[in-house]
Ligand binder design. Sequence first.
Ligand SMILES: Nc1ncnc2c1ncn2[C@@H]1O[C@H](COP(=O)(O)OP(=O)(O)OP(=O)(O)O)[C@@H](O)[C@H]1O
Length: 297
Amino acid sequence: MASSNETAQDQVTNGQTVINVSRLRNKFGTQVVHDQLDFSVRRGEVMGIVGGSGTGKSVLLRTIIGLNRPSSGLIEVFGKDTSKLSVREARALQARWGVLFQDGALFSSLTVAQNIEAPIKEHTRLSKQLRQELIDVKVSMVGLPADAANKYPSELSGGMRKRAGLARALALDAEIVFLDEPTAGLDPIGAAKFDELILELQATLGLTVVMVTHDLDSLHAICDRVAVLLNKKVKVGTIAELIQEPDPWIDEYFKGPRGRAAETAKTHAGHHIGKAAQAGTAPVTPAPTQKRQEHLG
Ligand SMILES: Nc1ncnc2c1ncn2[C@@H]1O[C@H](COP(=O)(O)OP(=O)(O)OP(=O)(O)O)[C@@H](O)[C@H]1O
């Protein structure tokens, strides 16, 4: 029988699974946060992660990217068992993903350009001039004005800081981006614009996006599937599938007043994104997937 490693590798080759989490257990002292949790993410999808406070959303992200060592279980990214990597292999894998955490996303003592340059310097031997060119591309890609590059994080608005953090997360042409509450602290318009940016980048670059969020509008506007952390495990599906689940938390979350309002607003989000593309302000994108068209209304 093929090892689980080979199986995941085959799936990646087939364009299927880029992250595979099996039988994950996370325990802090006597507190069990995840118990025999299974979770997988497909290439090119936007996966939302939701759940009540303390259900382990951030711990799940941190475990996948190797910042938290699980008590037991298997984590495979791009078909590689992350617990069995040499230092060199781990660094090579890390260069294939980017992370935007809610806080601490940027070094406050560095300019935006220096923040973006940090991972490029760490992982490549590009010349100063090429690094500068890459920085310029990334700044423009996330919709920041060119002069933002020389500013310090404290000189930017919250929305601009998120964009700068995203530019740094994508500095190395990441294939997966992990976002921890990316729209937290943004006003509704700023949050919708950030969602739009994520969707544009996902479509243009073929990014896989894994996003912890409490923002129901974001879930409806950009997520292909949603993972709900419940009772130390996870339920994954489209929102339409999840609301069929006989679970009181899911019911309250998606069918409560805020959930219903977000569902109504999704038509607006689609209109907004469609307009950006029509006006030529969005990057050239491949045809959206069927699922995404459904999201766009
Ligand atoms: N390093 C750690 N040591 C001990 N306990 C931890 C550690 N990291 C997380 N926890 C605990 O694990 C649980 C899950 O934490 P986590 O931050 O993942 O929750 P969350 O679902 O992201 O919550 P929120 O929505 O409130 O941010 C919490 O009870 C937290 O206190």
